[in-house]
Structure formats: C-alpha cells, structure tokens
Design a protein around this ligand. Sequence first.
Ligand code: FAD
Ligand code: FES
Ligand code: MG
Length: 284
Amino acid sequence: MPHKIVSKRQLSEDVFTAEIEAPLVAQARKPGQFVIISINNEYSERIPLTIANADPKRGTICLIWQRAGKTTTELADMQQGDEIANVTGPLGMPTHIDNFGTVVCVGGGIGNAPLLPIAKALKKAGNKIISILGAKSKELLILEDDFSQISDELIITTDDGSYGRKALVTEPLKEVCLRSEKPDQIFVIGPAIMMKFCCEVTKQFSIPTQVSLNTIMVDGTGMCGGCRVEFDGRAKFVCVDGPEFDGHKVDFDLMMKRLNAYKEQEQQAREQYKKHRCKIGRDK
Ligand code: FAD
Ligand code: FES
Ligand code: MG
C-alpha cells in the first residue's frame, strides 16, 4: 500500500520533516521505535528512520531525516502528495519509560529527532528533564523549541560557538554528572563517536546510560545480520534487540568500522543520483 506525504517542510539546510499516511503504524507505535521505508518499489534501498511523532486520529506518522546520501536525498526531493511505496513498522523495542527521577537527554545533530519522542514520554512519566543539545553550528541545530517546552533545563552547545556554548556535549554532561544532585538516568542519541565519548563520561560516575544505535539495516527483522553489534562480548541485532542498549556495554569501535563498510558503493549511488537530479533540474 503506498503512503502519501501529507505535508513536508525543511528544518535546516539538510534536515527535513514530513507527515506520512501510515494508519496502522500510527496506532501501534511507541517511543523509540522506527520504520523501514523503500521509496519507489520493493527494489529500492531500504532505510530505517525513527518515528518522531504519530497522530493515530489522522493516521499519520512524522519522520525527520538528514540528507546524508542517495536515499535520504531522494526522500528530500519528494513533495506533498507524492507517495512512498513501503513503510514497514513499527520496528524495534520501545524505550523503557519510567519515573527515574532526574534524566539527562543528550542529542547530537539529527539525533535530536529520535531523542524527542523519548524525552516527551520521560517528561510525561514525571521525570525532571535536563536536555543537552549539540550541533556543529547554529544553522544545524534542530528542534530547540520542542525541547525547551519539555525540559526543566536546556543546554545548547555548538562546535563553532555560533550559538549557545562553544563546546562538545561531553563538557556540560560531565558538569551535570558532578552536581550534588547526580542524574539518575542518561539517554544519548547522536553520531556513534559522540555516544562513545558520552558513555566514557557517564561510566566514570556509574550513571546508567541508554544509547540508540544507528547501524546499517536491511530487513529489520533479525534475519540479515546487517545491524549486528557486539554488546557485553556477545552479538546482538539492533533491529530486534534494540535500537536502545546500555551504552557502557557497546563496542563502539567495531560498530563504527561496520558503519563504513559500504562507503564506496554509497558514494557511487550518490554520484549517480546527483547526475539524475541535474537532468531533471534539481542541481543543488
Ligand atoms: P548513504 O550514502 O547510503 O549512507 C550514509 C551513511 O548512512 C552510511 O555511511 C551509513 O553509516 C548509514 N547508512 C547507509 N545505509 C543505511 C541503512 N540501510 N541503514 C542504516 N544506516 C545506513 N537518520 C535520520 O536522518 N533520521 C532518523 O530518524 C533516523 N533514524 C534511524 C533509526 C535507526 C534505528 C537507524 C539504524 C538509523 C536511523 N537513521 C536516521 C540513519 C539513516 O537510516 C541513514 O542516514 C540512511 O540510511 C542513509 O541513507 P542514504 O542512502 O541517504 O545515505
Ligand atoms: Fe537485518 Fe537487523 S537489519 S538483522
Ligand atoms: Mg544509501
């Protein structure tokens, strides 16, 4: 069944959001879950995207994505009224939401999108929310308003100092961990390298830390092995066992190596699609 794009908007230079018809997914989804989409037909590349929000009454889900390569660019080129061939989900284990006490939510770049539904659910469950959002620069920061509505404290960092504090997210994270009122739980979503270093900080303070892993996925059902990670010395599949894991037990170095496995093919696909875009007059 095709899935119509009900609305679409650009959030920053490379980040887009769309409301997409997917009534069954909208009914069933829980924070932390994702869909796998294929744009044109069953032969299109399958990519996982987190369900950022859902409206069961309207029968729609909201996706937020960053233009990274061929498929996310193709999705960004689609317009309101266009149809996505397949939207499979909800996939993955929902986030464990509880009243932990004080929770720090750390988001980096596009990681703010999957973090938002989790932070909202944690707030609803009665937690005090301290959000730390990091971006390379001011233009690349997304969802600041949404986080300010649900956060008891909001700390912004940028790599270049163009907005908020000039720092990496690990700096304020360490300061928050050093406070007399130590956080009870931490959630981190962002690039693998950022999650790795955040976990190194929180491990020193023995604060439980959940990360959401963004491994390469194909089937999303535990069959292909594409999303395999090493967790506590054992193999786990992010699509069915995750995407969230205790970050102190993840082998991030191996995960980062596996994320780079198809760089050459991704580059080729990107260049081919760029040529196609030029032909149809979308040359940016
Ligand atoms: P490519 O040029 O093909 O790849 C760019 C990089 O993205 C690769 O180097 C690789 O690291 C990664 N990647 C490539 N193919 C896949 C794949 N099939 N599955 C996963 N990663 C891949 N991104 C968002 O912008 N918003 C989200 O909400 C979001 N949620 C995600 C949820 C989960 C559970 C996972 C695993 C990933 C999520 N991602 C999200 C990442 C997104 O899936 C990739 O950016 C996308 O697949 C890149 O596809 P591409 O063809 O545009 O880029
Ligand atoms: Fe195939 Fe997880 S995506 S096993
Ligand atoms: Mg791709």
